[in-house]
Design a binder for this molecule. Structure first.
Ligand code: SAH
Length: 353
């Protein structure tokens, strides 16, 4: 089996069976973590990139069974930020050293293409040295193109699960895995840096589903890969009883596997990971992650973007959040950098200077 881990390090050519085995055993965790950390340091050193997350609306027309802001949750306290609030949040973030702003939200019909483009172009105008990331769900190719032309350059859209049957158990009939995939390939073709990913331990997930996720990622070749444990939300169909949260150890193991399979990827240590364990973020970095996304959403709305229960950092103001992030990252021998934080790419004959 040691060979399998070695091989991951050299190539990405493990068989499905070998991957399945690796996912299900904790026997090789130490070896995986060590190799992933070494690989990550070869490419990204001890740098950790930060992204300022602005959760600008929790209205959503979708009804994903796992998500706390699904439209059927009548108890969610809904909010949307104005363009001015979003801009001033970016200003605060810039002062705190953020050079990437991630605008994330539910699929809120109020934010028409026109409104999104207007917001994006205002941010672009004011912060020409920053990356603008959108994470607002499934749109038409024309919409993605319009956002790109307005100045957005990254897009996060987790595929959630690459298995048809599993996708159907997590989403209502009107949502289609094929459309989600179509979106990801459109985004790539348009020229965005694209982030995909999935939840670890989502209801009904089997090891073979995770293998499909890894295979899909090999096909898509995204710049960013976000994974985090599923955490149940009490006001969703997966809120009661038998639906367990995803595990810390499997999430960490998968971060290491991802780092070895996709050495150049930007991999965040997610808020969900930090929510299931107070050291989750640091452990994620040590397992091979190289990005953190502190929450910049203004205090008055911060507590309302509740995708799952017990979400952390709901009361801290952004400056404090940033300080805490810095000291936690320093404590494990890594350092937060003020940088737009683009992915490094393998030198090939095509992209050599
Ligand atoms: N509307 C956007 C943003 C969704 S929220 C979109 O569709 O991309 C961002 C991510 O949070 C989701 O893609 C999902 O993977 C994750 N998420 C949602 N509910 C969750 C839960 N209960 N536990 C853990 N992660 C969850």
């Amino acid at each position: 089996m040691q060979n399998i881990v070695d091989e991951l390090y050299i190539a990405e050519n493990l068989s499905d069976d070998e991957l399945m085995y690796l996912i299900q055993t904790n026997e090789y965790d130490e070896l995986l973590f060590t190799k992933a950390e070494r690989r990550r340091k070869e490419i990204y050193g001890t740098d950790v990139y930060i992204r300022g997350l602005i959760e600008f609306t929790n209205y959503c027309k979708n009804d994903c069974y796992y998500c706390g802001i699904r439209r059927s949750n009548k108890n969610a306290s809904r909010y949307r930020m104005s363009a001015e609030e979003i801009l001033s949040t970016c200003e605060d973030g810039y002062r705190l050293g953020f050079r990437t702003f991630v605008l994330q939200g539910g699929e809120d019909p109020y934010f028409t293409d026109e409104r999104v483009c207007e917001i994006v172009s205002k941010i672009r105008e004011k912060f020409s040295d920053c990356a603008i990331t959108l994470s607002i769900g499934e749109k038409s190719r024309a919409s993605y193109q319009a956002f790109f032309d307005a100045g957005a350059n990254r897009y996060l859209l987790r595929h959630e699960t690459a298995s048809e049957a599993h996708y159907k158990r997590l989403h209502p009939e009107e949502m289609k895995l094929s459309n989600r995939k179509r979106c990801l390939f459109d985004l790539k073709e348009i020229g965005y840096q694209v982030g995909a990913g999935f939840m670890v331990g989502s209801p009904f997930q089997r090891p073979e589903n995770i293998v499909s996720d890894l295979r899909f990622l090999q096909e898509l070749k995204p710049d960013m890969i976000g994974i985090g444990p599923f955490i149940s939300h009490s006001e969703t169909p997966f809120g009661q009883g038998e639906y367990e949260n995803g595990s810390l150890s499997l999430t960490l193991r998968l971060i290491s596997i991802l780092r070895l399979m996709f050495p150049y990827a930007l991999i965040p240590a997610t808020t969900a990971l930090a929510t299931i364990d107070s050291k989750g973020r640091e452990l994620g970095i040590k397992a091979g992650a190289n990005v953190v996304m502190p929450n910049l959403t203004p205090e008055k709305d911060k507590g309302k973007y509740l995708l799952y229960d017990n979400k952390i950092c709901l009361t801290e103001e952004s400056a404090l959040c940033r300080e805490i992030t810095d000291s936690k990252i320093n404590s494990i021998g890594y350092n937060v950098v003020v940088s737009v934080g683009n992915p490094k790419r393998k030198l090939t004959t095509e992209n050599k200077e």
